[in-house]
Design a protein around this ligand. Structure first.
Ligand code: PMP
Length: 351
C-alpha cells in the first residue's frame, strides 16, 4: 500500500461485489441479474442515431428519463433523481441525507454496501437484528435515529415487508429520513412510491439492473419529496454534473416504456422462483419466503460452503456469505427454466 495514502483510506474496508467470471457455459446464479435480456426496444433505442449520442455531451438533467420514470409511477419529475445504478444514488443519499448521529439504523443481515457508505461518510450506525425467522420487525426501529434504511424485499433473505408496515414506520418516525431500497420490488412486492406524497421524509430507490435487465448499463433512481431530491442534486453536481451517459438515458427510457415486456419477464421469473422453491423443498431444503429474483436456502444436513464449492465444480455459481447466522445459507438467483432444472439435477446428486 502506498505511503502517500491517507490514514483514512488505509483503514477503509471497501465493498466486495459478487464474482463476475467470464467462463463459457458457466451457469451464473450469484449476483441476481435477470436471466432474460433487456427489451428488444432497448437495443433499438441504443442503436438509433448512435453517432450523435456519442459525439455530443448528454443532457445534464437526464430530463427524458426522469419524465419517463415520473410518468410510469404517476409522480412529478421534481420527485425523481437518477444516477449510475442505485449504488451511486444510495451513495448520494448517505452523503446528503443521513445525520452523523444519533446512529443510522439498518438490519444486521442486509445489503453489505450500507456499512461501507457509513465508513466513507463517517456516519454512526446501529444494526438491528432480524427476528428469529429472518424478518424485519418495524417495532425495533421505533427509537432515536439519524435515519433508517433497509431493502424491501430484504437482501440477501428475499423477505418482504407489507406496505402497511412501512406506513406504520413512517407515521412513527417523522424526524429523520427513511429510505426503502426497492432493488427487487418488482418480483412480488408493492412499491412505497405511492407514499411519497404523504411522507416528506421518505425516499424510495430502485434500479434498472434487475427487473429491467440492464445491470451492465448502470441506471438507478430515487423518488421522494422535491426538497430531498434537491439535496441529492446538490451533492451529485459537486461530483459529476452528468448523471447518466446518453446511451444509458436512451436505454432507460425505452425499458420503462416497454411495460408489456417488463411484466412478462417479471412474471416468468416469479413463476420459476415458485417452482424452484417447491422442488428444493422436495430435496429437503428450507427456503425463506422470497419476493425477489433470488431465494435464500439451507439444507439441515449439508454444509452450505461445501455445497457452493461442489456446485461450482459442476459449473454453477451461487452466493455464499461467510457471516454469522447466515453461513449455512446459499443465495441462488433465479435462472432460466433450463438453468434451474440443471441446478436441481446437480443438487439432487449432492444431497
Ligand atoms: N440495493 C440492493 C439491495 C442490491 O442488492 C443491489 C445490487 N447489488 C443494489 C441496491 C444496487 O444495484 P445497482 O447499483 O445495480 O442499481
Amino acid at each position: 500500500m502506498s505511503r502517500y495514502w491517507s490514514a483514512f483510506v488505509h483503514n477503509l474496508e471497501p465493498y466486495v461485489p459478487g464474482e463476475q467470471p467470464k467462463i463459457a457455459n458457466l451457469i451464473k446464479l450469484n449476483t441476481n441479474e435477470n436471466p432474460y435480456g433487456p427489451s428488444p426496444k432497448v437495443l433499438e433505442a441504443i442503436h438509433f442515431d448512435v453517432s450523435d449520442k456519442l459525439r455530443l455531451y448528454p443532457d445534464p438533467t437526464s430530463r427524458e428519463l426522469k419524465e419517463a420514470i415520473a410518468d410510469f409511477y404517476k409522480v412529478n419529475t421534481a420527485n425523481v433523481f437518477v444516477g449510475n445504478g442505485s449504488d451511486e444514488v444510495l451513495g448520494h443519499i448517505f452523503h446528503a441525507l443521513f445525520q452523523h448521529e444519533p446512529p443510522l439504523l439498518f438490519p444486521d443481515i442486509t445489503y453489505s454496501f450500507y456499512p461501507v457508505y457509513c465508513q466513507l461518510y463517517k456516519i454512526d450506525y446501529q444494526t438491528i437484528p432480524l427476528t428469529n425467522d429472518f424478518q424485519i420487525d418495524i417495532a425495533d426501529y421505533l427509537r432515536d435515529n439519524g435515519g433508517i434504511i433497509f431493502p424491501n424485499p430484504n437482501a440477501p433473505t428475499g423477505c418482504l415487508l407489507a406496505l402497511a408496515d412501512i406506513e406504520r414506520l413512517l407515521k412513527a418516525n417523522t424526524e429523520s429520513v427513511v429510505v426503502i431500497d426497492e432493488a427487487y420490488i418488482d418480483f412480488g412486492g408493492e412499491t412505497a412510491i405511492s407514499l411519497v406524497d404523504s411522507y416528506p421524509n421518505l425516499i424510495v430507490t430502485q434500479t434498472f439492473s434487475k427487473s429491467r435487465s440492464l445491470a451492465g448499463m448502470r441506471i438507478g433512481f430515487a423518488v421522494g419529496h422535491p426538497d430531498l431530491i434537491e439535496a441529492l442534486v446538490r451533492v451529485k453536481d459537486s461530483f459529476n454534473s452528468y448523471p447518466l451517459d446518453s446511451l444509458a438515458t436512451s436505454a432507460g427510457v425505452a425499458a420503462i416504456k416497454d411495460d408489456a415486456y417488463f411484466r412478462d419477464t417479471c412474471n416468468k421469473v416469479i413463476s420459476s422462483r415458485d417452482k424452484l422453491t417447491a422442488s428444493l423443498n422436495e430435496l429437503g431444503f428450507e427456503v425463506l419466503p422470497s419476493a425477489a429474483n433470488f431465494i435464500f436456502t439451507r439444507h439441515p444436513a449439508f454444509d452450505a460452503a461445501d455445497l457452493a464449492m461442489k456446485l461450482r465444480k459442476e459449473g454453477i455459481i451461487v452466493r455464499h456469505f461467510n457471516k454469522r447466522r447466515i453461513d449455512q445459507f446459499l443465495r441462488i438467483t433465479i435462472g432460466t427454466p433450463s438453468e434451474n432444472q440443471h441446478l436441481l439435477s446437480v443438487l439432487d446428486g449432492l444431497v
